[in-house]
Every structure is written in structure tokens, then in C-alpha cells.
Design a protein. Structure first.
Length: 393
């Protein structure tokens, strides 16, 4: 049935397991919940709100969550929910409440655990759980998940930074690159300045790396001499995404977000960090990207068509479900009730270990890092499927 309705590239023998469609004609609201599978544990994944969502995108995001959990052997399963809605606050609030009411039983029965995602903020998350009644601790062998304490989504920015740092220090040892040596300090473009993007920016500020450009939903800015990060942090507090229109400096250039990554072919950029929407690395811009390395802080930044031809392009495209896994590592660390500095240390250690292992396997196999990581995650999932088959059959 799925294969008749959906692109075969996103439907396979491992998922999605469940697809729940939700409509509220009175609000012109459409949404869906995708459970990739339940082989690995309780399905966990974000609720995102966007006017550009499709079932295919939600299925890919749910699989990305599965790949995160399997990659780091965290006993949870992948899921993703989404609501098609624009940024109108009143309509968004109504749509969110209607959607949550429709899947309320699944959450309360611990068949799905929702997390914030694109377009969902802390106030929205509080709204979700006010609708569910008295907050409680979920069970199903994951009692560390507190239903009134969401993922710390900014930790995606931490994991992306630690991945960048490891690649900056080690890539030349494991890959024969014909590109020029790194800039000193390394130069970056950052897409998105939300929870993860701002956290990432704090890391590069502390470590004296140079941010040349940043984009938000309101636009993008670029300064070949480097942006003033302290000024960006101040503007973010005052203006949110509109910081890009409030930032002023002698050499700053303002441009459209769609032209943002193309700058990496015109200026000496080492890293680009996709940190917002899906498919921002796609067949329309991939040949214009001149950065040495792509390290995603967002989920599914590579379009399906681009993934099929990544090896044609002369850059190192890192798997998003490794570089942005800080949120799930933080979630797993809650079972030990660790303090933030210890959580940061654990994220750093786990991401460094996984990144270095991937670099070694790239050298040994000559395969792309993305596909090596994908195969590793799938093998872990298959092992769990076999265990379940023995239990029930």
C-alpha cells in the first residue's frame, strides 16, 4: 500500500510502520504522525510546523531519528509529526491544539513521545502538555523521559560543533583532498540562528573560528571580514530572526537566503552548516557550493536526488544523523541526571568517537561517510528486528 502511494526511495522493509493522518476541515489543518518503527523502543520524534511539509519529508525525518538512535545505540525508535501551517500565530496555535488533541491518546499511552522541532517553541511545548493533563513520567523502560521536559534542542549545535572540530583536526590524515588547506582560523557559513544555531555560534566564538555569514527566515547577511558574534547574540535577544535586518557594519552585505550557500564558491569558506529547513543542499545549488565540508545541524538537509550523486562533488558531506545527534545524547544522559557540563562532555566524547571512526572507515573503504553511517545504523536496526522476530515467531 505504501509503495503505491509514496516514493519508493523513502519506504522500505524497515519502515514506516505507522502513518496517522490528521485533518481538521474547520481550521483547514492537515498533519500527520509517522512512526518509522518500534523495534528499538518507544517512538520519539519532533512535532514541526511548516507550510512546506509533505508525507515524504515526514517519513525521511522519522527515519533520520531511527538512524540517530541506532547510531548511538540508544534504545528508542524514530518518529516524526508535522502540521502544515504558515507562521500566523493565531492559526498556528489553533492548528497545534487540534493536532495534539487528535493524537492525545497515543502520547498518554506512551506509544509516541513528542519533542519540539522547527516552528515549535517552549511556550508551544507547554501548551501540548497542558492538554494532556497532569505531567507524569513515561514508562516502557524509559522512565528517565519526563513528559514536561523536552529535548534540549540547542545540543544539536554542540554536536555539530564537536564534529566540525574533529574534522578540522583530523580530516587531512584520512582523506586525500585536492582542495586547498584550511584557512586559519577556519571560515564558516551558518544557516539558521535558532536554538541549535545560536549554541553552535557560541562554540565557534569561544574557539576563535570566523563566521562570515548567517541566515534566518528573515534573510541573510555576509561579511568577508567576519561577523561580530557578540553583536549577533545581542540582536537575537532583541529581534529574534530579524537580527539579520538589524545587524549593521561597514562591509556587511544583505542577501536572500536562497543565495546563501552559493557564497562558498566565491569566497574561501571551509565549512557550511545547514541548520534550518530540509533539502537546503539540493540539485539546484550543489554544484555552486565551494566549501570543503558540510556539517549539518539540521535534519535531512540533503535532498534525495543529491544523496544519489554526492560523490560527484568535491566536498566532504557529513551525515546529519551523526552531527546533529546532540539532542538524543542529551536525552539519554538524563537517566543519570547529569549536569549540563557533564552532558556537554558526554556529547563531545560520543560525537568525537563516532566521527573519528567514520573518517577511518572512509579511508579504508573509499565509500562516502554518509553511506557508511547509514549502513551501520541499518545493521543495528536489523539486529533488533531479528530479535523481535524470534520473540513473536
Amino acid at each position: 500500500m505504501f509503495s503505491e502511494l509514496l516514493d519508493s526511495d523513502v519506504v522500505d522493509d524497515y519502515g514506516p510502520e505507522k502513518l496517522i493522518l490528521v485533518r481538521d476541515p474547520s481550521l483547514d489543518m492537515e498533519g500527520a504522525l509517522v512512526i518509522d518503527n518500534e523495534f528499538y523502543g518507544l517512538p520519539v520524534g519532533g512535532i514541526r510546523i511548516s507550510p512546506n511539509l509533505t508525507i515524504e519529508k515526514l517519513i525521511r525525518l522519522a527515519r533520520g531519528m531511527s538512524q540517530k538512535f541506532c547510531s548511538f545505540k540508544i534504545p528508542l525508535s524514530g518518529a516524526q509529526a508535522g502540521i502544515i501551517c504558515n507562521n500566523d500565530i493565531n492559526r498556528k496555535n489553533q492548528a497545534l491544539k487540534s493536532f495534539v488533541f487528535s493524537i492525545k491518546a497515543l502520547i498518554k499511552q506512551a506509544d509516541y513521545f513528542p519533542e519540539p522541532d522547527l516552528g515549535i517553541f517552549d511556550t508551544d511545548y507547554n501548551t501540548i502538555f497542558k492538554m494532556l493533563g497532569k505531567p507524569k513520567i513515561l514508562t516502557k523502560n524509559v522512565s528517565f523521559i519526563n513528559i514536561n521536559e523536552p529535548f534540549k534542542m540547542e545540543y544539536r549545535g554542540s554536536s555539530a560543533y564537536y564534529c566540525l572540530q574533529m574534522i578540522f583536526n583530523e580530516l587531512d590524515k584520512y582523506q586525500n583532498r585536492s582542495t586547498k588547506k584550511w584557512n586559519s582560523p577556519p571560515k564558516l557559513l551558518l544557516e539558521g540562528f535558532g536554538r541549535a544555531g545560536e549554541k553552535f555560534a557560541h562554540h565557534i566564538n569561544e574557539n576563535k573560528m570566523e563566521l562570515l555569514g548567517v541566515s534566518t527566515l528573515r534573510g541573510a547577511i555576509f561579511d568577508e571580514n567576519g561577523l561580530d558574534l557578540e553583536k549577533l547574540f545581542e540582536l537575537k535577544q532583541k529581534y529574534g530572526d530579524n537580527l539579520v535586518n538589524e545587524y549593521e557594519s561597514k562591509d556587511v552585505v544583505k542577501l536572500k537566503p536562497g543565495d546563501f550557500f552559493n557564497l562558498s564558491s566565491e569566497y574561501p569558506i571551509d565549512f557550511i552548516i545547514p541548520g534550518a529547513e530540509m533539502d537546503t543542499i539540493n540539485e539546484d545549488n550543489v554544484d555552486k557550493i565551494g566549501a570543503k565540508v558540510i556539517i549539518p545541524a539540521a535534519s535531512s538537509p540533503y535532498s534525495v536526488k543529491v544523496l544519489k550523486s554526492l560523490e560527484e562533488f568535491n566536498f566532504f558531506a557529513f551525515p546529519d544523523f551523526i552531527s546533529n545527534a546532540g539532542d538524543v545524547i542529551e536525552l539519554w544522559s538524563r537517566r543519570k541526571k547529569e549536569d549540563p557540563p557533564i552532558v556537554e562532555h558526554e556529547i563531545k566524547n560520543k560525537v568525537n568517537e563516532k566521527t573519528l571512526d567514520l573518517l577511518k572507515k572512509v579511508r579504508e573503504t573509499k565509500k562516502l561517510a554518509y553511506y557508511i553511517a547509514k549502513d551501520n545504523a541499518l545493521n543495528e536496526l536489523v539486529d533488533k528486528i531479528e530479535v523481535k522476530k524470534k520473540r513473536f515467531y
